[in-house]
Design a protein around this ligand. Sequence first.
Ligand code: CP
Length: 360
Amino acid sequence: MRSLIDIKDLSVKELDELCKTACDIIKHPKKYAHACEGKKLATLFFEPSTRTRLSFTAAMMELGGNVLGFSEATSSSSAKGESVSDTCKVVSNFADIIAIRHPKDGAGLVAALAANVPVINAGDGMHAHPTQTLADLLTIYREKGGFNNLTIGMCGDLKYGRTVHSLTLAMSRYKNIKLVLISPKELKMPDYVINDIIKKNHMKYKEVTSLEDNIKDLDILYMTRIQRERFFDQKEYERLKNSYVLTVDKLKKAKKSLRILHPLPRVNEISVKVDDDPRAAYFRQTLNGKYIRMALILKLLALAKKNPKKEPLYDKKKVRYDLKCKNPRCISGIEQEHEHKFVPTNKKGEFKCIYCEQKH
Ligand code: CP
């Protein structure tokens, strides 16, 4: 049995297989209409969501399965202080697979450690949102015909945006990818992404502040929202929130073959007038999210049927208990029952928190 906590849990071969299954579902929906009959998906959403929760729901329904769950923390017993672990142990008795969204970094791993069914991380704080990356990849695959030889602009909040971090990681596995990282200096891509993903994988990249000056070079423009909910300082949010607005005028300089992606929701970073441009792929991306989640549910349920024993989620033999995670958003510092646990990274003398992956 396997869970999906981070996009790196899937090999390139598995990503390709998921995209191919999703394309087959699009072509032959009837073939899959009863594939999950008698199965239940639990959607445990401790944080707001439109696309992710409803596309998981639609995905399971279109596979012939059923869905149960909650859409806000206040309507679950977490409002009475129940932990993520206990919630997932309980829900394992009612469902065959769980999709969880939670505001704390590392909640996805906590859920997978506790549950007796496969867990899909549907977004854990600033840490990871792997099914969004799957939706992004399927969109690139369908719009561009493959993943190699692309110049990808990532624009907006590159600091707090978990989607751009995961997409960078996913694209680092393909050939001849150039990244143009467009952000205000306050929201630039974190050093750990630059050093541990981009430089380590010898990806070409540049960091710039102007969208207008760079749009002409791009095959993909991945716009992101400046996320109010990730800022500790609201004045800083107000100052930065309108840093980038993609307009019809700015698009005049872009290639005809450009595709514009956005994980959505958008606030005002893409003018609504851009929606009618055929290069705007963000609503198609949302639909792709449903198909790739269908493919993922099928895969994880098939693996659980083949081998109900849980695959290890970290190397227990290498754990250190003497280090403390300094990430204030990490679940290990909030839910008392999770001991601080660190495992070695590939870098000599460096360790990372098993939950949020913050380095020490
Ligand atoms: N992209 C995304 O995760 O959207 P929701 O927050 O609406 O699920």
